[in-house]
Design a protein around this ligand. Structure first.
Ligand code: NAP
Ligand code: MG
Length: 404
């Protein structure tokens, strides 16, 4: 069989621990036998980030910007405990995802992979719900303080032109807590662009919710920016039969629970933090959650939403077989290959990405699963646990048959 050709390289970002082991196995078993894979490789493993003083992460982000598509393995974000575990670390390096996100100015979209035998807790959800979380500002970049006596708090903005604006926040008659938060219009606009672009790319409706009845100016500006940006995407939405709609966050929550799924729900930073945990838990397993970073110019980076699965890695190092779910990492590869194929007009590469995902579904539908999923399967469906490698072999066998 002739291998499928590629034209433009994919930016490949390798990572850490168990997901690094899976990464190599996925390439060996599911991609390299079929695709004449072209990648520009960046090793974002913790030790290489340390050796390059984290330059490799920045280089990878600029390469993704240059080529338009990247795929990333989960990586360790070092904390105090990791500094002990890896004494050679010269610094507590920042989260690679944070670095890449800020260079690409991107928004993260998280979507669950769903299968018939595992039902969401919300029984009417039939299709995945994708959460888009604004990842800048609000309470996450706020200042707060505690005061103990009666008094008044004001908020002052000093413009570079010398103009000042002051508001009274509140007069209090005793101890009080205070918080000052902000967002930047530029960031809200990038968020809006990424949401509209991703809705078009994935042909799904877009919902956006805030609390503009209460935060009239703050959340009101989010709503205005989305309305303004929508003007640039309206024609494409109409052509594809898609809807954009804005509603209050409390109304959105009620509608989401009653819905069948199959849309993108764009949330402000805090709402997205909380709601993405609710939605992913209700759909089942973290190991089945995909994650895509989309920049306002359409640049896209695919990854799994879970981490490096440390506990499994130490079992693996001890020579034990693990049963680690590779679904979300495989779908990061299929997503990236499909996007590359669409940008370069490569029909057989796009078909390969579809076949790879279909082979994964066939494997799960045959009851061949990793341990994390077996326990979630509904009565009446067959399911037995296999190890990490057997799971990939089962997919490879089905993929081979599809492509033959
Ligand atoms: P994690 O790697 O997501 O794992 C947490 C637990 O969830 C695992 O111990 C495992 O449970 C289960 N799990 C997650 N993914 C699984 C999979 N694919 N198959 C089977 N089970 C899976 O989170 P963590 O332990 O909090 O973080 C480990 C490292 O990952 C940290 O250093 C963190 O910095 C990093 N991290 C990276 C990213 C990223 O790069 N995007 C995201 C999050 C965390 P059982 O042990 O019960 O089987
Ligand atoms: Mg959270």
């Amino acid at each position: 069989m002739d291998k499928i050709k590629m034209v433009t390289p994919l930016v490949e970002c390798d990572g850490d621990e168990m997901t690094r082991i899976l990464w190599a196995m996925i390439k060996d078993k599911l991609i390299l036998p079929f695709v004449d894979l072209k990648t520009e490789y960046y090793d974002l493993g913790l030790l290489n980030r340390n050796d390059t003083k984290d330059q490799v992460t920045k280089d990878a982000a600029y390469a993704i910007k240059k080529y338009g598509v990247g795929v990333k393995c989960a990586t360790i974000t070092p904390n105090k405990q990791r500094m002990v575990e890896y004494p050679q670390l010269t610094e507590m390096w920042k989260s690679p995802n944070g670095t890449i996100r800020s260079i690409l100015d991107g928004t993260v979209f998280r979507t669950p992979i769903i299968i018939d035998s595992i039902k969401p807790v919300v029984k009417n959800w039939e299709k995945p719900i994708t959460i888009a979380r604004h990842a800048y500002g609000d309470v996450y970049k706020s200042v707060d303080m505690y005061t103990t006596e009666p008094g008044v708090c004001t908020m002052t903005f000093k413009g570079e032109s010398g103009e000042e604006k002051t508001l009274e926040v509140q007069k209090v008659d005793g101890p009080a807590v205070w918080q000052g938060a902000h967002n930047k219009e530029k960031s809200i606009r990038s968020f809006a662009k990424a949401c509209f672009q991703y809705a078009i790319d994935t042909k799904q409706d877009l919902w956006f919710s805030t609390k503009d009845t209460i935060a009239k100016i703050y959340d009101g500006q989010f709503k205005v920016v989305f309305e303004q940006e929508f003007e640039n995407y309206k024609a494409k939405f109409e052509e594809l039969g898609l809807t954009y709609f804005y509603t209050l966050i409390d109304d959105a929550v009620a509608r989401v629970i009653r819905s069948k799924g199959g849309y993108i729900w764009a949330c402000k930073n805090y709402d997205g933090d909380v709601m993405s945990d609710m939605v992913s838990t209700a759909f089942g397993s973290l190991a089945m959650m995909t994650s895509v970073l989309v920049a306002p110019d359409g640049t896209t980076e695919y990854e799994a939403a879970h981490g490096t699965v440390t506990k499994h890695y130490y079992k693996h190092l001890a020579g034990e077989k693990t049963s680690t779910n590779s679904m979300a990492t495989i779908f990061a590869w299929s997503g990236a290959l499909r996007k590359r194929a669409q940008l370069d007009g490569l029909a057989d590469l796009e078909k390969f990405a579809d076949s790879l995902e279909a082979a994964c579904f066939d494997t799960l539908n045959a009851g061949i699963m990793t341990k994390d999923l077996v326990g979630l399967v509904e009565p009446g469906f067959e399911a037995h646990a296999v190890n990490s490698e057997e799971f990939l072999d089962a997919i490879a066998e089905r993929l081979q048959a599809k492509l033959a």
